[in-house]
Ligand binder design. Structure first.
Ligand code: NAD
Length: 436
């Protein structure tokens, strides 16, 4: 369902009217395309506090392809890792206050922070302050600009894939996020354009919508993809697989032996497992029969737990493998009419947090999730008009995301990056006003 308001607001009369009436003014976002795989332009590196980061930061940023400059930067990176007290927060203001206005439309502001120090409440307070700062600036930035905070436990190289993602058009709909990057060993791909070359990725629910976009992105990044969907969607799944040079697997993920059947279909094992299949069966709790509750919990959470356990126990996820779940902001903020869905998606957040440390220690596998906000798909096209319009506008970018926005985020989490980006739930929601 086309977003006509977004198209109208992009025209000269639309801009005039929306400004005069005080209506939202969403900007057309710059997204990755074959013609524009990355940004070109200037990157401005600033510091606040006494920077803690190593000398690697400058070369890491140089490898993004952006050139140092301050005229109209497409990206601003503020190294605030050394901010340890309230006084140093003044340097955050001093660094960004003069430059924010000059950041290009659809530009990026990334603040680098340090892990919160439980032994020093002044550092803790100052670093926590950065979260409120970033989230507030994200709401002010406008013109499609995004603002994110990356908390770095290790050196700058461990954040390279995260910085490349955030400083590129791939992260167009990711804003107001706090991403923690651990100090684990770093695996640098031979080719950053095809980091999944030689890897096998399975995406559930990939016959259409977000799952099909994820499969497409992972194939573009070099993976051999397996497109799993219910037998009723066999033809669509096969069409997606054929287009991507992959294979289709007709399987209802709620089948008790789904994990075993996936493992049997992939004797050489899996490198990337994306749990994307999901359903909604909305009703307020007072009107919700047990069947609606049960089917949503089973597709969205129960089957994800069962297949993950079965595949890990059989050793079917190769060492260095990646598991990416699909949560939702409904699971973070809650949503009327979606107690079943909200519960299932919050369960995915729990699965990530509960499994991540053990999966890495016992299987060498990392676990993360994406939490989409309002994404333009068949699922959201069926929402009544006014609720749909509200969903689209109630975020800092004033518009819905695309399946490609979620897919690019999965594409960032899918390659081996060592233990660096791990145990994260990353919202792809344009900084939705719902939830933290
Ligand atoms: P969609 O309905 O367009 O596609 C879901 C796919 O999953 C379908 O192809 C369907 O056949 C498949 N599927 C359903 N049950 C299955 C089962 N038992 N076994 C195998 N496949 C099954 O949905 P979408 O909008 O593309 O959403 C994809 C994921 O993203 C879901 O987990 C959804 O909850 C989540 N999500 C979507 C949005 C949004 O705005 N669209 C927002 C937040 C989260």
């Amino acid at each position: 369902m086309a977003d006509r308001y977004l198209s109208f607001a992009g025209t000269a009369p639309g801009r005039f009217l929306t400004r005069r009436l005080g209506l939202p003014q969403p900007a057309e976002l710059i997204r990755r395309s074959p013609e524009r795989p990355g940004f070109s332009g200037e990157l401005l590196l600033l510091t606040a506090g006494k920077p803690d980061l190593d000398a690697e930061l400058t070369p890491v940023l140089a490898r993004t392809g952006l050139r140092p400059g301050a005229d109209s930067p497409v990206a601003v990176v503020l190294d605030a890792t050394g901010v340890r007290d309230v006084e140093a927060l003044g340097e955050v203001h001093a660094a960004l206050h003069p430059v924010v206005r000059s950041v290009a439309a659809s530009g990026r502001i990334v603040v680098l922070g340090a892990p919160l120090d439980r032994t020093d409440h002044h550092q803790y307070a100052a670093q926590q302050a950065l979260e409120g700062f970033v989230r507030s600036l994200g709401k002010e930035a406008g013109r499609g600009r995004t603002v994110n905070l990356v908390r770095l436990a290790g050196d700058a190289r461990s954040a390279e894939s995260t910085l490349r993602f955030l400083l590129s058009p791939r992260s167009a709909y990711v804003s107001g996020q706090v991403i923690e990057v651990g100090a684990g060993p770093v695996a640098v791909p031979d080719d950053w354009e095809r980091p999944l070359a030689g890897r096998t990725a399975l995406v559930t629910g990939a016959a259409r919508g977000i799952g099909a976009a994820v499969a497409e992105t992972l194939a573009r990044d070099g993976a051999r993809v397996v497109v799993l969907d219910v037998p009723a969607a066999r033809a669509e799944a096969r069409a997606v697989a054929e287009r991507l040079g992959g294979e289709a697997l007709a399987l209802d993920i709620t089948e008790a032996d789904a994990g075993a059947r996936i493992a049997d279909a992939l004797p050489a094992g899996l490198d990337v497992l994306v749990h994307n299949a999901g359903i909604t069966r909305d009703r307020r709790l007072v009107n919700m029969p047990a069947e609606r509750w049960g089917s949503v919990l089973d597709v969205n959470l129960g089957s994800v737990l069962r297949t993950t356990d079965a595949l890990l126990e059989r050793g079917a996820v190769n060492a260095g493998g990646r598991i990416v779940g699909t949560a939702s902001i409904a699971g973070i903020a809650g949503n009327a009419g979606q107690t079943n869905y909200g519960a299932s998606k919050a369960g995915i957040v729990g699965l990530v947090r509960g499994l991540a440390p053990r999966a890495l220690a016992e299987h060498g596998v990392t676990v993360n999730a994406v939490a989409p906000g309002f994404i333009e798909t068949r699922m959201t096209a069926s929402i009544p008009l006014f609720i749909r319009e509200a969903g689209r506008r109630m975020n800092s970018l004033g518009q819905g995301g695309t399946p490609g926005d979620v897919a690019e985020t999965v594409g960032w989490l899918a390659p081996r990056g060592g233990g660096a980006d791990h145990g994260q739930v990353v919202r792809v929601c344009g900084q939705s006003l719902l939830g933290a």
